[in-house]
Write a protein that binds this ligand. Structure first.
Ligand code: ZN
Ligand code: ZN
Length: 436
């Protein structure tokens, strides 16, 4: 049995807001730097991308697909009639074409140039039946994000609510960038499903591709083995999930639907006549001052869930009542069945990570996300020490210290979970806070 670092959800240039440089060659180059062995193809139902993949991917004797020395799983993301996103994996190209034929009558954009992530007007349960009957695998994508996700605000609270009798055919959920195992295992309905941590990358860059991945124990990199690993059969399994610290994700924290300010709570000694009437507004935040911020936040979340809370910043500026939306962490608070995570025995460990590129950016105090200086340092580390995953997780600290003390100190703090984060929300990524 082998271990494969696997990122199972990406996109192609045929989805909206995707890098034009995304192609098999650029993907493979990033995979090598990162230490990824297997990658989802992204958007395999889109006709042009499908043709390109059919032409370039080599089918191996064990049933796996490869390009140069990286393996690929045929993969797409679909939006169903409930606007829930689902990730789909296919055994081979003929199944891709069969699924295409079967769902085409329900989709207006499946065969479009920009139909990378098609909208298919079928209820979730029916979509699951169709996909699994044809031998492919399906499960909810970025399960807790406030948009287009199964567990978003005012939508489903359990897998059963969404998939009804087809629930038993859903073997995995994708956690999404703003959630991890500790958050997701507060929902009893998820105890039997496998968790996947995937990047949902829209670019081949080292900040996107592989920012989340799964270390999978299986015999070879084929679809059949992946199914066994997801179903945890014959000793195949997900051995480890690695993903962004949830606070770094774009949707961790509650936010205003219009101005996108994140709502955070701060302690104050000043006595308020009633809750929530003391606050300060900055460019990116509404800071609510409370004597007991934890208690106040709880009450606030309950009120948002009831649709009662409007944005103080928008009220002041536009004199308009704009609703506050729950982030991933608060939505989980509302639908959780336990105040603490209850991990089933099969659940692998989860490592909270920060992309190496962003670690270097923070150390060098560089804002640009495509800085040459940062990229040069990144390439130098990879050349001298090993793949990004090895640098972040495995390589002994002494070696990294010799390369660069600053970078080493941040990696050490991240490994020990001794780092503070400014939580992301409303579409803005979170950030590492530096006091080191
Ligand atoms: Zn999606
Ligand atoms: Zn607002």
């Amino acid at each position: 049995m082998d271990l494969f670092n696997t990122d199972l959800h990406i996109h192609s240039p045929h989805s909206i807001a995707v890098s034009k440089n995304l192609n098999l060659d650029t993907m493979v180059e990033t995979c090598k730097n990162k230490g990824l062995d297997i990658l989802g193809t992204g958007d395999v139902l889109q006709p042009d991308w499908l043709k390109y993949l059919e032409k370039n991917l080599k089918k191996n004797n064990d049933g796996s697909f490869s390009y140069k020395d990286i393996f690929f799983i045929l993969q797409t993301e679909i939006e169903d009639i409930e606007s829930v996103h689902e990730v789909v994996f296919f055994p081979d190209f003929s199944t891709v074409r069969e699924v295409q034929k079967k769902i085409k009558p329900y989709s207006k954009n499946l065969l479009d140039e920009w139909g990378g992530r098609p909208r298919v007007n079928l209820p979730p349960a029916e979509l699951v039946e169709i996909i699994t009957d044809l031998g492919a695998l399906i499960g909810p994508a970025h399960a807790f994000t406030p948009f287009k996700a199964i567990f978003r605000q005012n939508k489903f609270k359990t897998l059963r609510d969404c998939y009804q009798d087809a629930e038993k055919k859903v073997k995995f959920i994708e956690l999404g960038l703003s959630a991890n195992t500790d958050l997701a295992d507060r929902l009893d309905c998820l105890k039997n499903v496998t968790f996947l941590s995937n990047s949902d990358a829209h670019s081949e860059g080292p900040r996107a591709l592989g920012r989340e991945f799964n270390k999978i124990k299986m015999d070879n990199p084929s679809f059949e083995e992946l199914v066994l690993a997801i179903e945890r059969k014959n000793q195949r399994k997900i051995e480890l999930n690695v993903g962004l610290h949830p606070k770094l994700g774009k949707y961790f924290n509650m936010f205003c639907h219009k101005c996108r300010r994140r709502i955070i709570f701060k302690k104050t000694k000043k006595q308020g006549s009633s809750l929530f009437n003391q606050y300060s507004i900055t460019e990116n935040f509404v800071k609510i001052l409370a004597n007991d911020p934890i208690k106040a936040k709880k009450e606030y979340i309950n009120n948002i869930a009831k649709g009662k809370v409007t944005c103080p910043a928008c009220k002041e500026k536009f004199n308009k009542n704009i609703k506050i939306k729950l982030g991933v962490s608060e939505r989980i608070e509302v639908i959780s069945t336990s105040p603490e995570p209850i991990h089933p025995n099969h659940r692998p460990p989860y490592i909270n990570a920060v992309p190496l590129f962003d670690i270097i950016r923070s150390i060098k105090n560089i804002k640009s996300t495509n800085s040459k200086t940062v990229l040069n340092t990144y390439n130098k580390i990879i050349n001298e020490l090993g793949t990004e995953f090895e640098v972040l997780i495995e390589i002994p600290m002494e070696k990294i210290v010799k390369f660069d003390e600053g970078i080493a100190s941040v990696i050490e703090a991240i490994r020990a979970d001794k780092i503070e984060y400014t939580p992301g929300g409303g579409g803005t990524y979170g950030q590492i806070q530096f006091n080191i």
